[in-house]
Design a protein around this ligand. Structure first.
Ligand SMILES: [Zn+2]
Length: 546
């Protein structure tokens, strides 16, 4: 019989049978890999919690219903705990901090990223602040080959591109240098970047004009990327910086994002009223601008970047040391460093500066800058603190923590409807140095302190700000919400006991109250311990070419 001669009703019947079997397969797999029972589900959308079982097959959620009876290889009783989407952190230093990437990338050194997974974070987005490996592809491929526990995505960094093309200098790029920067941005997007990150506070990016950034933003935007900015000024000039970040979005034709929004220095406290109004006004006229925040009153970055004026940081390390050796120059830098300690990031007092890490003298980690000065036989004056900061830089620089952010601003930013939560932390080796506690506690601190204790946010809204909203920001359409068909990234916790334990004095402490973390359908954390699973995937951006 010829194909075309088959009676139409037979074809119809065949089609119906096929469709029916597809429906049956979708609705009722004969066996599930994992079923979570008796959960209070907070689905990530902001909707109130509801009671549901969750069925997982492979790496996906395939069933959500009040009762799932399908046999499962494994069943976990949530016993009335909350089950939420795994948290998505859009600002993580997984490829290193400020400056060149270290010889061993943190996510390769600690592929389990325990300090994040134990908070319920299942997706890390790295390459923030304008710093990323250039090119990006080898770093992403190395992470994939290593086998990591959480998912990982990355931005390509403007500062790193600028340095790669013409070094750390205070001038504009030539036409051909700018063309080269455009090419490296395009390459970064082809390597799988989610967009362009900038850190206009840092050298050499601080020597860039807005126009230079817009030129690269256009390239990233045309390839589907977004722009995320550590702004030029988070102190007295914070409003101008928010305007600049908005302008980059408008002129570059792409979504734009203020990362770790804060106002540093008592003289600037309260300015978040104005910065948030700028964001509201921009959103009203159609600019897709969003922001994130970490829930701590202190920031963290290198001593040199934080306490020295940018002009003094230009060039190579030798250039910087030469300036510090010249007595007249050293004096000029010191006057500005004293001002920064008094009015800016120093929080008004050298005691508000804490060393987080010194590779050349690990015993300094955890000490306050005035105490370090005293240890050198100096006084506790601001002038001697500035001199001690230079001594730290001369010996190889250190990381620092700076207590200069007001609680009211933190809460105001947290409450804003366009804000999400991100840590700005690092993938850390347990016990090493004295990192900012945000690396261990950001997400649980929001759930414990800001939801349960201070009632700044509802639990459902807080979950939205750490799951679906950041996922949506980076156009991660298959994660961040608990729903059939989504990837099975989820976290189980007890809202009555969840809390951060990491403090500035003792940061190496895992949180309490998180009981199970699942990444791509595999249990990555349970019974207080990491499992052997390494289910993390690389999440590539829209412009990727294999
Ligand atoms: Zn930053």
């Amino acid at each position: 019989m010829r194909r075309s001669g088959r009676p139409p009703h037979l074809i119809l019947r065949l089609a119906l049978t096929l469709m029916a079997s597809v429906v049956v397969l979708r609705a009722q797999p004969t066996r599930l890999d994992l079923v979570i029972r008796n959960a209070r589900v907070i689905d990530g959308t902001g909707s109130p919690w509801f009671r549901s079982d969750i069925g997982i097959l492979g790496d996906a959620i395939v069933a959500m219903a009040r009762r799932i009876d399908t046999p499962a290889t494994r069943t976990v009783d949530a016993d009335n705990q909350v089950v939420a989407p795994g948290f998505v952190d859009v600002h993580v230093h997984a490829f290193g901090g400020v400056g060149q990437p270290p010889p061993v990338l943190p996510i390769v050194e600690v592929p389990t990223a325990d300090n994040y997974v134990r908070q319920g974070v299942t997706t890390l987005i790295t390459g923030p602040d304008g710093f990323s490996p250039v090119p990006l592809r080898p770093a992403l491929e190395l992470a994939e080959k290593t086998g990591i526990t959480p998912n990982l995505g990355a931005f390509i960094g403007h500062g790193s591109i600028r340095t790669a093309v013409f070094g750390s200098v205070n001038r504009a790029p030539t036409a051909s240098e700018l063309e080269r920067m455009r090419t490296l941005t395009r390459d970064g997007m082809r390597d799988g970047a989610l967009g362009l990150s900038t850190g206009l506070f840092y050298v050499p990016a601080t020597f860039s004009t807005t126009d230079e950034i817009v030129e690269l933003a256009k390239v990233a935007g045309a390839m589907g990327g977004i722009h995320i900015s550590h702004m030029r000024d988070e102190e007295l000039g914070v409003e101008a910086s928010v305007r600049e970040t908005i302008a980059i979005g408008e002129l570059g034709g792409l979504p734009t994002h203020v990362t770790h929004h804060k106002v540093i220095g008592k003289a600037s406290w309260g300015k978040s009223v104005d910065t948030l109004r700028l964001i509201d006004e921009a959103r009203q006229r159609g600019v897709d601008v969003t922001l994130d925040v970490y829930p701590y009153p202190a920031s963290s970055t290198n001593i040199s970047a934080a306490l020295m004026p940018s002009w003094a940081q230009e060039g190579t390390r030798d250039d910087i040391l030469k300036r510090l050796r010249d007595p007249v120059m050293r004096d000029r830098i010191a006057r500005e460093t004293v001002r920064i300690i008094l009015e800016g990031r120093g929080g008004g007092d050298a005691h508000n500066v804490m060393i987080s890490r010194c590779d050349w003298n690990p015993s300094l980690a955890g000490q306050r800058l005035d105490d370090v000065a005293a240890g050198r036989g100096k006084s506790r004056s601001v002038e001697d603190a500035a001199d001690t900061a230079f001594w730290l830089v001369e010996n190889g620089d250190c990381g620092g923590i700076y207590f200069a952010i007001g609680e009211e601003d933190i809460q105001r930013v947290l409450r804003h409807p366009a804000s999400m939560v991100a840590s700005d932390g690092q993938v850390v080796l347990f016990g090493r140095a004295s990192p900012h506690p945000r690396s261990y506690g950001t997400f649980v601190r929001v759930l414990g302190r800001y939801v349960r204790d201070l009632k700044v946010l509802t639990l459902e809204d807080a979950i939205r700000k750490i799951s679906s909203y950041p996922a949506q920001r980076i156009e991660l359409t298959d994660r961040g919400v608990l729903r059939e068909g989504m990837k099975a990234d989820l976290v189980m916790f007890d809202p009555a006991t969840v809390r951060d334990m990491a403090t500035f004095e003792q940061p190496h402490q895992y949180p309490q109250g998180i009981s199970v973390v699942v990444v791509n359908g595999q249990v990555a954390f349970e019974n207080g311990a990491m499992t052997a699973a390494r289910p993390g995937r690389i999440l590539y951006g829209p412009g990727r070419t294999p």
